[in-house]
Design a protein around this ligand. Structure first.
Ligand SMILES: Cc1cc2nc3c(=O)[nH]c(=O)nc-3n(C[C@H](O)[C@H](O)[C@H](O)COP(=O)(O)OP(=O)(O)OC[C@H]3O[C@@H](n4cnc5c(N)ncnc54)[C@H](O)[C@@H]3O)c2cc1C
Length: 495
């Protein structure tokens, strides 16, 4: 107990975080110290029934054991939580939607600062077809889309999954169904409020703390500050055509070949994803234009073969909210799917392994065969998801934001489903590692930070951000968080 008190006093005096080898206090000591420091008992500890539910986010393959989870309700709560973490020798780790593939929004001996109760959306009309929204950093995308639509018929270029949190999404970039015309979610983020590691609240924009503004739009979440609010630019999409085409397995090679040669340079108003599975493939997308034009585009692209289509749904009846639900339900009407609760139930946890690569060249037939053979040999439930860049991406420099992949042709994400505690030697793991090795001659060595992967090893920074951007991120880290208070296994290091 004496050591514990001494540690707290020295941390308070010298404003340092305690070393990794600091002796972890008992649960009761933590509870008493936390509740008295925070002035709140809104914490979940390892002895509590809800601990399993809240110790990790929704992607729970990597088990982590935080000292406690604190549900902040306001910016002031976040300030208290950052100060208390430092004083008690805990690592403060923010969590928004909890969808980090490697569970980076939790950590051993951490105070997880869960922002799911800071979930509000306030919309301001700023022009004929333009809006601005202030969004609480714990807001899930489904709620964001519902609110901006209800408050003025607006749209935003976030990701597809309704339960992903806005903070993680923008922190890593954010690619969605309007990405090729509107860019990343981070590209349309114009301001933030955030709490620094010394507990100070700051405003962030192109004119206030501009370095931080640059870093927080794609430059590794959880490294610099805890964002409490985003200001994002909204737009309207009055004419939308949504489509989903499902194909049999025999056509995968030809379709993949056609997709690669057409979609990375297609009309920027068109954003598609092409999913390969071991029993067929699916082309899905959004075209901000009329059905007649989309039909012509699909025909020209070679994605409407004479045989092999087992489902073809195209509709121009979706408004911008219906378009978000179409991606999951094939219906513009089932918008209730977007109404995600602030905290997800325990049974939603998922244990799959995800990997991704970028590709910056057109592929030979042999290279396309490697991908198709790879998916044909995959365990059931696996997929490879391919998404195009081009469009507006080719008009923005790789150094305008930390996202360094704008000149790639497409991204290729792949996933294998796993059981909880699946043995690392299982045939499912074996498949994903084998597939990764087989495509090394195809990919360009870059990776997307939002599809984080701890297998990238110590060079993860350059792989996510490129050398120049990574060096700049390290300089910003030294200036805003010199004691490395905000850290996780893939945060930006000081050196
Ligand atoms: C089902 C699913 C679908 C997805 N679809 C897409 C997609 O369409 N497009 C796309 O681009 N990505 C997509 N992703 C990837 C997703 O963008 C990332 O996993 C993202 O990091 C999740 O954000 P989150 O807030 O939910 O996660 P969290 O796990 O809460 O956070 C992720 C990281 O951000 C940090 N962080 C959280 N809150 C804050 C904050 N307030 N301030 C600073 N740092 C913070 C965390 O500490 C952690 O390091 C998807 C992921 C899943 C699981």
């Amino acid at each position: 107990m004496m050591y514990f008190l001494l540690a707290i006093v020295s941390a308070k005096l010298f404003q340092v975080h305690l070393p990794y080898n600091y002796r972890i206090p008992t649960v009761n000591q933590t509870k008493n110290a936390l509740t008295s420091c925070l002035g709140s008992d809104n914490v979940v500890l390892p002895i509590d029934n809800d601990y399993q539910r809240f110790a990790s986010g929704e992607r729970a393959r990597v088990a982590r054991k935080p000292a406690a989870i604190y549900f902040a309700q306001s910016e002031f709560d976040v300030i208290k939580a950052v100060n208390c973490s430092r004083q008690l020798g805990l690592t403060p780790i923010p969590r928004s939607g909890g969808h980090s593939y490697e569970n980076l929004s939790s950590g051993d001996n951490a105070l997880v600062i869960d922002l799911s109760n800071i979930n509000y959306v306030r919309v301001f009309n700023v022009g004929k077809d333009e809006g601005l929204a202030f969004v609480g950093a714990g807001t899930r995308l489904g709620i964001l889309y519902t609110e901006i639509y209800n408050q003025g018929g607006y749209n935003f270029n976030g990701g597809t999954c309704p339960s992903v949190g806005i903070a993680g999404l923008i922190g890593g970039g954010g690619y969605g169904t309007t990405a090729r015309s509107k860019g990343l979610a981070a590209d349309r983020t114009v301001g933030m409020r955030a709490i620094l590691s010394n507990g100070t609240a700051v405003s962030i924009s192109s004119t206030e703390n501009p370095d931080l503004f640059w870093a927080l739009r794609g430059g590794s979440s959880g490294s610099f500050a805890i964002v409490t609010r985003f200001a994002i630019k909204l737009f309207k999409t009055p004419v939308i055509t949504m489509f989903t085409l499902k194909y049999d397995k025999i056509h995968s090679f030809g379709l993949l070949k056609n997709w690669i040669s057409y979609f990375p340079t297609a009309d920027p108003e068109l954003t598609t994803k092409f999913n390969l599975m071991n029993n067929g493939s699916i082309l899905q997308g959004q075209y901000n234009g009329p059905m007649r034009k989309l039909n012509a585009i699909l025909k020209e692209s070679g994605m409407v073969p004479e045989s092999g289509i087992i489902m073809d749904v195209r509709t121009d009846k979706c408004d911008s909210l219906g378009a978000k639900s179409f991606m999951w339900t094939l219906s513009c009407k089932k918008v209730d799917i977007l109404k995600v609760p602030p905290q997800l139930p325990l049974h939603e946890k998922e244990y799959g392994k995800y990997k991704m690569d970028y590709v910056s060249k057109y592929l030979s037939d042999d290279e396309i065969s490697i991908i198709v053979e790879g998916i044909n040999q995959s365990p059931s439930g696996s997929w490879i998801q391919i998404e195009a860049l081009g469009g507006i991406f080719s008009k923005i420099s790789n150094t305008d934001t930390p996202y360094n992949h704008r000149d790639s042709l497409f991204s290729m994400q792949y996933r294998v489903p796993l059981e909880k505690d699946e043995a690392p030697t299982s045939y499912k793991y074996e498949w994903i590692y084998h597939f990764e090795r087989s495509i090394q001659g195809i990919v360009n060595g870059q990776h997307y930070q939002n599809y984080c992967d701890l297998d990238l090893g110590k060079d993860y920074g350059e792989k996510y951000f490129g050398k120049e951007n990574f060096e700049r991120l390290k300089r910003i880290k030294r200036s805003y968080d010199p004691l490395n208070v905000f850290r996780n296994p893939q945060s930006i290091p000081l050196q």
